[in-house]
Design a protein around this ligand. Structure first.
Ligand SMILES: [Zn+2]
Length: 126
């Protein structure tokens, strides 16, 4: 049963990956178009640096998403998917369906979040 669900998640992640890549390409294509239309007076060099910055900003969130998808796909292919990185127990399938890149089971995620919160709090006190 779990294996079947994993196959579905695998397929969905691959589709999502293609979608993000397509969106990135389209963003870039649109961006080049706008630059051509509006940037007539800019020197080539200035255009290039602005271009690099915008493409960089544009893709940070998507890069992160892609990374998470790639990690999940790799795990699916290696057979290590769906196992909590902290306690090695199976992550409930219900959780994976909602959050396919989940690294921790519900229990460990709470511990992890509490740790992060404490960390932020202790930093603020210093
Ligand atoms: Zn766990």
């Amino acid at each position: 049963m779990r294996k079947k669900e994993f196959e579905k998640i695998h397929r969905e992640l691959q589709e999502e990956k293609v979608e993000i890549l397509n969106r990135l390409m389209k963003d870039r294509a649109n961006y080049y178009e706008n630059l051509k239309n509006e940037g007539g007076d800019l020197a080539d060099e200035a255009m290039e640096s602005i271009e690099r910055e915008i493409i960089y900003d544009l893709s940070i969130a998507e890069k992160k998403e892609l990374e998470e998808i790639n990690t999940a796909i790799k795990k699916l292919e290696e057979g290590t998917y769906g196992v909590c990185e902290m306690c090695d127990k199976d992550i409930p399938i219900e959780r994976l369906k909602v959050k396919p890149y989940a690294k921790f089971c519900t229990h460990c995620r709470e511990i992890d979040e509490r740790k992060k919160k404490n960390h932020v709090m202790s930093e603020e006190n210093e």
